[in-house]
Design a protein around this ligand. Sequence first.
Ligand SMILES: [Zn+2]
Length: 485
Amino acid sequence: MSLDALAQYFDPYPSLAVFPLGKKTKSVRSPGHKKERAVFGRMEECLQELDMKEPERQALQGFFGLGGSAVFPVFSKKGDELYPHFIRPESVLWKEFSSQHGVPLHPEGFYPESFASLSRDALFAHVKETVRDYLFAAYISKKSRGEWEKFLEESYYKHPFVQLAHEKKRVIEAAEKMNRSSLLSLLSPPEDVSFWRKRIEIVLRPYRLLPPLCSHQKEMSLHSETETMVFSCAECKTKLIYHVKESVLELEEEPDMEKAKKRIATIERLFNGLAAKNTGLLEDLDKVMDWKKRLIKLPKVMEMMEKLYAKPFLEKEADPFSAFLKHLHQTAAPETRDPSELLWLSGFVISPLSLLKEIRQTTFKETEARLELLEVELENALTAEVLPPEKTILAIKQSTLSFQDLTVILTGLEAELQNQPLHLLAQVLKGRTSSKIREEKLDETEQFGYLQHWEEKDIQKAFKKLEKESLIKKQNVGYRSNIPE
Ligand SMILES: [Zn+2]
């Protein structure tokens, strides 16, 4: 603490060092009034009775930076009024106090018990416990916080359960994944599946509870009765307990190691036994894995398909073969066949499950040939003219709108017909006049009467449809083209 310069020592109480507490207290002049002196006297007796050995006295002196024969700090506020709480060792450990500001008055940095009003026996017990806390803190203070954190880290990796979790990482992760996998619904018998899932909850619980060794700033507290340091992470809401003398980590919930070892082996064996009863499914999955690997053109064809679909005016027909390819493409499959079915199956994310039925209805050869054909078709479609002008884009009742018609309307929307309300646009396209239309000379535009065979309300409907198809975009008033140049 090295506040020796501020400490006051008073003859009748050789074991005590009195410090000024709080910013406003600059120094301690006397051991206080009658009340204070009585308390100091009782404390001195308690400390004498403890009969500390020399190494212990030295440890406390060193820890608090005390002079003379003092071993125990107490605090006085302004006017030499006693502050009736002992300081917590964590408030002193690895801390430097400036001799100008002294020790700040933060109640949480002191023990909650008020020692001024304790009976003699209770005071002795409190002093004894506090000295034990101080001695433990003095021992801890020999090394830096960083060094202790390093010991904690080392003890973490030596903990048998952490080692087991590390060793069985793949099985644990696979079991977690499999537990959420839609493939479970395809395994039979279902009662074996539900039994396995129940086992999983019990077996995986300690692994789920195992605190990670995170790099967050942790709260550290000392516990001299167990000789432990407890590191708590507020973010992870976890605690790691470090046994100082044995250099051993304790978990908040210590799993039974024998059971843990047996159980993790059991869930893998149980699952693999269950999978072995489902050879049909395993064959399908084998196929999925194999096809994904061998259909090397699949990603490229999917990309081309996406490109084509992004083009406007394309009629998006969903054909079963394209859908099958899409399912196969978006399905995740492992690279290799793991001898453990649990590990192997957990690598699949089949999306959707109907893929497994689809794959049974075709052969690899056929699929490969169709894929190649599709690639050529897509290549042609992507390089072809966008659309013939006479191609119908939409129809309302008997009236149809061709690509050419759309082009004329879009041109108008980028010129005179910009910022015109929908009912007026419909009037212009129908070819009706009004004073406003004449005034703005809209009857002289190319669009005037362009859709004269249409009903006005159908023209309005056509605009709504074009907006829905994202071909035009609604403005504050009117519409604009939404087709990139
Ligand atoms: Zn954390």
